[in-house]
Design a protein around this ligand. Sequence first.
Ligand code: KIV
Ligand code: NA
Length: 263
Amino acid sequence: IRRITVPQIASRKGGEPIVSLTSYHAHTAAIVDKYADFILVGDSLGMVMHGMDSTIGVPLDLMIMHGKAVVRGTERALIVVDMPFGTYEESPAVAFRNAAQIMKETGCGAVKLEGGKRMAETIRFLTERGIPVMAHIGLTPQSSHVLGGFKTQGRDEDSWPAHEEDARAVTEAGAFAIVLEGMVEPLAAKITKQVSIPTIGIGASADCDGQILVLEDMLGLNNKPPKFVKVYGDLGNQIENAVKSYAEEVKTRDFPSEAQTYK
Ligand code: KIV
Ligand code: NA
């Protein structure tokens, strides 16, 4: 394997922070590949790329299509593909069939699925059969209808034991890392200390073993990014300015000029 491997990511526990971003297509993935340890093809692509209201409606073939693009566009980072809602919860066997299809068709190195204790049996089933699994606990968007929206987890200390139990269960089941999403700092810090695998935070403080953000959010393409996003780029405005200039120049016939014309 030429890429960063699953054991290499797992061995970063407590060491140099793990760098990750999402990517959904070859072009941006090639850029992210230079700096990220792993790239997530997240099911947030349903909202970011396809205008859906939530991740609930994302189909398996869409994840596979974008997963293929990201694998083709990269050579260094580990590629992790999200299992979409409805493709793994029913049983370990169903999860294996769909995860295997994702790995075979995309060439990715691991899958991610949402859920803690309740998914432990499935995580064990997959890892024992050759499919590395990244777990995802805390705010789990695929369960937003049960959770009652997108709420930061752990505000009430009474809820901490359940989250700690989730982290413990997925670790014991063989997950190689855990995404902690939307979680108050002291709980994320506590979990990070308690488990032997790296925690990857998104809205879960600097105490995690690594960080991930949705690429388009940090590039400035999202008008209303969540509080936990730091916006590093201004791509929304840059794209608008470019499109506006093009539109003007087409109308004034300044584009195309000599330089773009076959004589
Ligand atoms: O789909 C996604 O982008 C994710 C990250 C937020 C972790 O799951
Ligand atoms: Na996701």
